[in-house]
Design a protein. Structure first.
Ligand SMILES: *Cc1c(COP(=O)(O)O)cnc(C)c1O
Length: 374
């Protein structure tokens, strides 16, 4: 709540001022108070960067205008001839930028199931420079053992970055588990109110930070001060919101798990989740996203998703309000059906971003949608 923020010294204002300025007056050429141009640095952004660093237990933080802006900056560390490895159910935008932009620049990539550490070991080449993890993944909520995976990478001198958007530092702190970098889409839980798009990178190594900061300024995908203020306002209640997201998600996962019209529930807090034990040691809670497969197919999935009221039909996740997504026709629609099924994305799969509403209301809403199915 408090990290990176002090009452404004000139007025005592308890909230960080929104420094709407592009430039800063200098008393003599190159004589300034640490701020010369707002792409390079801005006091509201500095407060956010310190705040996010504290949340992840990091020495350094960098804020971006989107999660993709942050991930792109991590990828800027690579050069032609390098090889990158990443999870095979990565966020679609991350997969897209690696395939359509970085491949063209001569950076090879391999996408593997990182939930099995042996796969990582086997896919390492001498050109491998970076491994990108997402845990839990979207939408099947598979986990990667970050301690084991980063130990393998370290042994081979490979940098690691964990996209911690789904868990948030309230539930999982990848730097403490050995990762070199953490990336975030602050658009999701950190912002938490579906009113801002943003991103961040956190790390401990000062040399690494210096490089990333150089790319941040050189590329310019930096957030405006109002956006920084909104994320900063979000993080003040992150711990409270995550507690409620987890409480509601647990209850809903259990409700769905014994429902006759449900084929299968994916939630790391359920005992039958293949990584239930890992979730308990690696995470402080199983998170606020629950995925489940309806009996039936595309039609049932679409019908269910159109019959909830509190669960709004929308892409994105992590806000206070509950959302429902039918991945096959929405967020993951661009993946060919064959490939999709191979990856375990069934036609009747639904993803819930469980909000912080009253749990009874959410269950009632789901019951209504079940009743709409024939
Ligand atoms: C949304 C998301 C991103 C991309 O972030 P934007 O803020 O939309 O650019 C990256 N990774 C994960 C896991 C996400 O959910």
């Amino acid at each position: 709540m408090h990290a990176g923020q002090e009452p404004d010294p000139s007025t005592g204002a308890i909230m960080t001022p929104v420094y709407m300025t592009s430039t800063y007056v200098q008393s003599a050429p190159a004589q300034h108070k640490g701020f010369d141009y707002s792409r390079t640095t801005n006091p509201t952004r500095v407060a956010l960067e310190r705040n996010l660093a504290a949340l992840e237990g990091a020495r350094h933080g960098l804020a971006f205008s989107s999660g993709m802006g942050a991930i792109n900056t991590v990828l800027n560390l690579l050069k032609s001839g390098d090889h990158i490895m990443a999870g095979n159910d990565l966020y679609g935008g991350t997969y897209r930028i690696i395939k359509t932009l970085y491949e063209k620049l001569g950076i090879a990539s391999t996408f593997i199931d990182t939930t099995n550490i042996a796969n990582i070991e086997n896919a390492i080449r001498k050109e491998t420079k970076l491994i990108l993890f997402e845990t839990p993944t979207n939408p099947l909520l598979r986990l990667t053992d970050l301690s084991a995976a980063s130990a393998v990478a370290k042994r081979h001198g490979i940098l690691t970055c964990c996209d911690n958007t789904f868990a948030t530092p309230a539930l999982q702190r990848p730097l403490e588990l050995g990762c070199d970098m953490v990336a975030h889409s602050t658009t999701k839980y950190l912002g938490g109110h579906s009113d801002v798009v943003g991103g961040a990178i956190l790390c401990n190594d000062t040399e690494l930070y210096t490089k990333l900061k150089h790319y941040q300024n050189a590329v310019g995908a930096t957030p405006g001060p109002m956006d920084c203020f909104l994320v900063l306002r979000g993080t003040k209640t992150l711990h409270l919101r995550m507690d409620r997201h987890v409480e509601n998600a647990r209850r809903i996962a259990q409700f769905l798990d014994q429902h006759p019209k449900v084929e299968r529930v994916y939630y790391p807090g359920l005992k039958h989740h293949p990584q239930f034990e890992l979730a308990k040691t690696q995470m402080r809670g199983p998170g606020g996203i629950v995925s489940f497969e309806l009996k039936g197919g595309v039609e049932e999935g679409k019908s269910f998703a159109s019959h909830t009221q509190l669960f709004a039909l929308a892409e994105s996740l992590g806000g206070v309000e509950s959302l429902i997504d039918h991945p096959v026709s929405m967020t993951h629609g661009s993946i060919p059906r064959e490939e999709r099924l191979k990856a375990g994305l069934q036609d009747g799969l639904l993803r819930l971003s469980v909000g912080v509403e009253h749990g009874d209301d959410l269950i009632r809403d789901l019951e209504r949608a079940f009743a709409s199915l024939r």
